[in-house]
Ligand binder design. Structure first.
Ligand SMILES: CC(C)(COP(=O)(O)OP(=O)(O)OC[C@H]1O[C@@H](n2cnc3c(N)ncnc32)[C@H](O)[C@@H]1OP(=O)(O)O)[C@@H](O)C(=O)NCCC(=O)NCCS
Length: 181
């Protein structure tokens, strides 16, 4: 199916969507282990309700949420924002959990998710900047974030270490990017 802009719905993920979110998240952890800090083996057993805190329902000033992209009733993409909790850091939030299912990539869903997340972030009281970390080798993802206004500000070498088996180790450098709201 080729979806048009209007056939994709972008909205905040609600408590009722957490099972679909959990399925998509586990798929993301399986397919793109370098893109996420969490690992599938640790996360697989978590029940959907354990992600309730990520919906930001108790964050009265805003700046913490999950958003999804739906094609019909299928959740095909996701993005998250997590506002820092410590007083000196609360002007800042981390953008994470960005993934579009491979059946739906290359159609503009990713940029729509990022733009929707930025629009929500701009509604949050006192939030001044959004920070993210992306694999330095993910050129397409970096281009997407740059199109949305993020700027790269430094690479952490070997930020992610994947051990695939005995003697099979892969390292991934991470580029930090920031958007001033
Ligand atoms: C990175 C990711 C989220 C991008 O999602 P996406 O939906 O494919 O993003 P978009 O469609 O907006 O943009 C991707 C490309 O498609 C192109 N595109 C968008 N709409 C298009 C259209 N209608 N026709 C042709 N090309 C199109 C964009 O120009 C972009 O091209 P580029 O890679 O040459 O710059 C997705 O590839 C993904 O989930 N990757 C794995 C996880 C990951 O790396 N997440 C980021 C963690 S920080």
């Amino acid at each position: 199916m080729v979806e048009t802009d209007s056939s994709v719905r972008i909205a905040r993920i609600a408590a009722a969507d957490l099972s679909a979110y959990k399925n998509l998240r586990d798929e993301a952890l399986r397919l793109y282990p370098d893109a996420f800090d969490a690992d599938l083996d640790s996360e697989r057993a978590r029940p959907p309700e354990s992600y309730l805190g990520r919906l930001g329902l108790s964050e009265t000033l805003g700046g913490s949420f999950l958003m999804g992209a739906w094609v019909g009733s299928e959740l095909v993409g996701m993005i998250g924002l997590e506002r820092q909790s410590q007083q000196k850091l609360r002007h800042s939030a981390e953008l994470n959990s960005m993934m579009v299912h491979p059946r739906h990539t290359g159609k503009g869903i990713g940029i729509r998710l990022v733009e929707a997340a930025i629009a929500q972030a701009r509604q949050a009281i006192g939030l001044e900047q959004v920070v993210l970390r992306v694999s330095a080798s993910s050129e397409s993802a970096i281009r997407l974030y740059e199109r949305a206004g993020f700027q790269g500000c430094g690479v952490v070498p070997h930020a992610i270490k994947l051990v695939d088996g005995p003697g099979q180790v892969r390292y991934f450098d991470k580029l930090t990017m920031v958007l001033i709201l």
